[in-house]
Design a protein around this ligand. Sequence first.
Ligand SMILES: *Cc1c(COP(=O)(O)O)cnc(C)c1O
Length: 242
Amino acid sequence: MTAETAVVDVAANLAEVRRRIAAACREVGRDPAEVTLVAVAKAQPPARILAALEAGQRVFGENYVQEAARRWPELRRRFPDVELHMVGALQTNKAEEAVALFDVIQTVDRERLAARLARAMEKRGRRLPVMVEVNTGEEPQKAGVAPAEVDGFVRLCRETYGLDVVGLMAIPPVDEDVALHTALLKKLAARNGLAAVSVGMSADFEVAVRFGATHVRVGTAIFGPRPPRAQRGSGSEPGSAS
Ligand SMILES: *Cc1c(COP(=O)(O)O)cnc(C)c1O
């Protein structure tokens, strides 16, 4: 049985992830309503996404503009209250398409992208909330603004480009404790007056919730393992990391 055809009980997985988020909230006295579960659908078979929608999930994350463009216009007709977050690296030349497709852009990480998004939003008359991606681990190969540059970059996004910056997002190093990165992100967000903190994935979302994440981005714990590239057909874009 291939990953594509493996039976995954998406509804049960979703219920379990929601239960774990609520339990993590209770441990630290947070209201579970403060935490948005973003179901990251990249590279997942359409049947699993549909199962999540049918189980009531409405907030989804995608990493690739092309993949999102193939799926969501049709799904939105059936589920008009879907909220779609861009959580992957966004190429400047796809900014306009992203503004048309998504409801939140979580990965603003450089001035050129901020400028292009602002122009696209103006053109389309659609002012989306955005988050600034922070490279909390200061990893050279990774996208995101360095922690020391966050204040200046948030100000630039707001004042020069008029973007509606609502929060900060990070993809911490895999081998480090997400608690430290969440705490840092939370501190940077607070001093910039930003409410949203997007951090925590399948392996560590409960820790992120305990340390104050408002958005957790969970893929495999809901949808099961992503099928290997060979099975995805045209589902992945060359050169993009998954
Ligand atoms: C793939 C991805 C996720 C989800 O990862 P899982 O380990 O499958 O939960 C979250 N955030 C980003 C930015 C991703 O690319």
